[in-house]
Design a protein around this ligand. Structure first.
Ligand SMILES: NC(=O)c1ccc[n+]([C@@H]2O[C@H](COP(=O)([O-])OP(=O)(O)OC[C@H]3O[C@@H](n4cnc5c(N)ncnc54)[C@H](O)[C@@H]3O)[C@@H](O)[C@H]2O)c1
Ligand SMILES: [Zn+2]
Length: 448
């Protein structure tokens, strides 16, 4: 009965439902509710719960003797289920009014500004573009998966261009198609392009907006984890060439970035995992507190977490908008990562390659004396807990090295690494002796 009622209520919006602690133990109910709705988990320490239970209310599951032991067992049994909800609000020692304030805080949207890019970021549950009054003509660009999974997010009364999903759409062909469809849709200089999708869509539509009539405004509505924490922020747009990724592009920031973590409810699990590599990268660069929380096994995904991770990129981009120096720190994990990705012929996903790169570069930091021993192992454990690989297979260290480019025979093009000195501290422009690099690349290879 409880499940049926939950499923029925899940069809509604703008509704607050107070669930009993057992309702979310049912996998169907859980999947259904978390796919489209925000679940806030109110938590309390066992001692607090014990005290509350003395108020005389009978709890069938805790009735009889040994109430304390039964409670402890229930909490252990349910720890994984409850721990999976990103928004956790502690209630120990707090009045109901204080708890309500904390719950409301999770619902309040946050605003961040990348000043150097004149980019405004709105982050919060339920934020969207449907009610946005942009003035002037608008066009939506999205991909086929997002158009299907997130149909309600896409304004119905706006012309829409649907691109095939995936990296293969970051081409001149698609750029030409978008430009021509912009004309057909009556887009002009006062108009706005609304990109709703992952990094492929924000990169492609952003570049189309950059070049259409020498530049029109655009709004990014990132729908993948990677696009939320990385691709939609900081102004880079681009497409690929057969010769390499992102070789054609422009700095043309989305004027507005609208981030609603609830959209991630329909993101395939492997895309979430891939995006987590960039989350861990940002945590290593600048959010030690979050890194330690991930080490303790806490799940990423509260609105606070998004704000903290996005703030890392925001601050760096503002100090070095056009990558003259410091912005390079965002390439952490990417020098070796790109090598692995390219040497695999892009069979290894970007996030997986970055995970391997993060561990490899932390090892380089240890070997060159920049970081203390144990850093690479710590980073590796956090990545593995997210389901990411930390070693590659199916290619040789020499192949990875070759794909990293800039070998020592070519003068003036020596590889310079971004290396972690500690969690929260990163150094740029580090040269690593070739034998050290080769040894680390060999260690990263899974023995077959
Ligand atoms: N401009 C930048 O600064 C920057 C930074 C990092 C990455 N990028 C680019 O981003 C791209 C990768 O982005 P990505 O990983 O988001 O890839 P993507 O856009 O291909 O999205 C991944 C997959 O998830 C699907 N998807 C996205 N949101 C969904 C949702 N809410 N529900 C269901 N399915 C959904 C997409 O259709 C796609 O199949 C690369 O091309 C990379 O070069 C750009
Ligand atoms: Zn990346």
């Amino acid at each position: 009965v409880e499940r049926d009622l939950c499923l029925e209520l899940a069809r509604d919006d703008h509704l607050v439902v107070a669930l009993g602690a057992g309702a979310l133990l049912d996998a169907d109910t859980r999947a259904r509710l978390t796919r489209q709705h925000l679940v806030v988990c109110l938590i309390a320490r066992p001692a607090t719960l014990q005290r509350r239970l003395q108020s005389g209310v009978t709890r069938p599951l805790l009735a009889g003797r040994d109430g304390r032991a039964k409670l402890a067992r229930l909490l252990t049994d349910r720890a994984t289920v409850y721990g999976a909800f990103a928004e956790q609000v502690p209630t120990d020692g707090r009045t109901p009014a204080q708890v309500v304030t904390d719950v409301l805080a999770t619902l309040t949207s946050r605003h961040l500004r990348v000043r150097s890019m004149r980019q405004h970021i709105v982050l919060g549950y339920g934020v969207g573009v449907t009610a946005l009054d942009l003035g002037g003509p608008t066009v939506v660009v999205t991909d086929e998966n997002v158009a299907r999974c997130q149909a309600t997010r896409i304004p119905a009364d706006v012309p829409r261009i649907v691109v095939p999903a995936g990296e293969a759409s970051k081409t001149f062909d698609q750029l030409a198609r978008l430009s021509r469809e912009f004309v057909a849709a009556g887009l002009d200089r006062r108009g706005t392009v609304i990109a709703i999708g992952g990094g492929v869509i924000t990169d492609l539509a952003g570049l189309a907006a950059a070049t259409f009539m020498r530049g029109v405004r655009w709004v990014a509505v990132p729908t993948s984890l990677l696009a939320m924490v990385d691709a939609s922020i900081g102004g880079k747009t681009g497409i690929d060439l057969p010769e390499g990724k992102n070789l054609v592009g422009a700095f043309h920031p989305a004027a507005l970035v609208v981030i609603d973590p609830l959209v991630l409810g329909t993101l395939p699990a492997e895309e979430w995992t891939s995006g987590m590599a960039e989350v861990v990268k940002h945590a290593v660069i600048g959010v030690p507190r979050l890194f330690r929380a991930l080490e303790r096994g806490r799940r990423f995904g509260a609105v606070e977490d998004f704000a903290a991770i996005i703030e890392v990129k925001r601050a760096i981009v503002d100090r070095d908008p056009f990558e003259r120096g410091e912005r390079e720190v965002l390439n952490l994990g990417h020098t070796i990562g790109h090598g692995v990705e390219a040497a695999s012929g892009y069979a290894v996903r970007h996030g997986e390659a970055v995970a391997i790169g993060l561990v490899g570069e932390a090892r380089l930091a240890e070997r060159t004396g920049l970081a203390r021993g144990g850093l690479a192992a710590r980073i590796g454990r956090v990545l593995e807990a997210q389901g990411l690989p930390t070693r590659y297979s199916g290619m040789s260290a020499q192949e990875v090295r070759a794909a990293m480019g800039a070998d020592k025979k070519k003068r003036g093009t020596r590889l310079r690494f971004v290396l972690p000195a500690a969690i929260g501290r990163v150094t740029i422009g580090v040269e690593v002796p070739e034998p050290t690099l080769m040894r680390v690349l060999a260690e990263l290879r899974k023995p077959s």
